[in-house]
Design a protein around this ligand. Sequence first.
Ligand SMILES: OC[C@H]1O[C@H](O[C@H]2O[C@H](CO)[C@@H](O)[C@H](O)[C@H]2O)[C@H](O)[C@@H](O)[C@@H]1O
Length: 490
Amino acid sequence: MSGETCGDVKELRRKVKGFWRGLVRSIEPDTIRDVIEDPKMPGASRLYVPTGDSQAQELDNVVNVEVLPKLDQLTPDFVFSLNKKPGLLALATENGKPLPYIVPGGRFNEFYGWDSYFIGLGLLADGFVDEARAIVTHFVYEIEHYGKILNANRSYYLNRSQPPFLTDLARKVYDKTQDKGFLIIVLKAAVEEYESVWNSPPRLDKTGLSRYRPDGHGIPPETEPGHFNWALEGFAKKYNKSIEEFIELYNTKAISEPQLDEFLLHDRAMRESGHDTSSRFENVVADLATIDLNALLYKYERDILEFASLIGEDPKKWHSRSEARKAAVDKYLWSETEQIYYDYNTKTNEPHRFASVTTFWAMWSGLASPEQARQMVASSLPLFEQPGGLCVAAKAPKSAKQWDFPCGWAPHQILAWQGLRQYGFVNDAERLETKWAAMVATTWQRTGKVLEKYNVCDIDHAEDVSAEYGNQGSQENGFGWTNASIALAV
Ligand SMILES: OC[C@H]1O[C@H](O[C@H]2O[C@H](CO)[C@@H](O)[C@H](O)[C@H]2O)[C@H](O)[C@@H](O)[C@@H]1O
């Protein structure tokens, strides 16, 4: 790294400490209006509170508060019915006060599932332990009241989750606080989430592995206008309708289109995977036992085992579960010849041969054996390494989406750095951290912004990623997980 770049990185690192403040939100009378605001859906003005949360209900003299029905009534049809009156979902309070949370930034003005994990890591690196602990408390609240850690706390996200990271963040917070009471609460919620969301049908498959496969109905309303035009044109033509007219007919079930149902099943699963959208997942992901999710669930099993031991409960069951998952991953996902983990198609019963950088999640979670890790570093790492760090994929698809080549994203970098270090590949981790931090910092100097994602293959134009809704991030506050990556790399 040149002296100038090194200076940019250090300056950005200092800035990041201050960026967090601008991303903090809190559901309380003075701030509720700004917090409810949804750049994705202008006009959102409601706060939905779960049955039984009387504290959140007290805000009804400031905004329009509506109480949700009980958990088992949050069906796809019910959630769809809220699309005409979208709103924010209440989060946890503590000692009678709302607990603040941190949003990613840009068009994402709500509490996200996996973004919050990475934000939590950044907060811990910056010494904000209470704020990181609050993220865990919100996750627990969401599991108790909404049945899952939500994609984010908006009404239209009620039926789906995101990649699960509760236990690792809780463990890291516990390491700082040594609060066993906190661990007991987390353990109960994590087991509940594991059993009812990830280890039950429809997500659990006969292989014993899990898939992203949420329920839902209709066209996802939070996407930018025209997002689905390419997929809907043919259907609209068939009925001699405009795309808007067709959407209305389809959404209200006036017409039935099983082929579109199938496309949207995968689309929802792709959003649950956090990788919306990508050519790896389009039209297939609800059938895939991905390396991503199964690595994360292995980590849950290992963490739950440890939490149970720490509080004096019998951890045996979790040992068997993690061993069974490891065996299934080795059987179905590991490619001995190509030395990489592929996803497995549970419908066609064959590997989905798409090389993804998430293969390194098997190292982050401890799922890979030392030999598998060595082979992946030797054979697969070079496929993804680019001037700006790790790319999502090894090659360009026909039509690139934002989670495709040539993009690189902070969560992928962070998990790979940690995975590499865990298996002793410290030089590789340091080299990748340096490449990424240098690219983020020089782009920040050039554009004034810290962004959601980067073109890691063309670092002189790294901000140039126009796929889908463009590139989020700002001058004042950066972007949540990228801020975190700088806090962790430097
Ligand atoms: O509005 C379109 C989609 O936006 C979200 O996805 C992207 O931003 C999230 C927040 O940073 C991030 O978690 C996700 O990985 C990104 O792809 C949202 O999560 C989607 O559900 C939504 O349809």
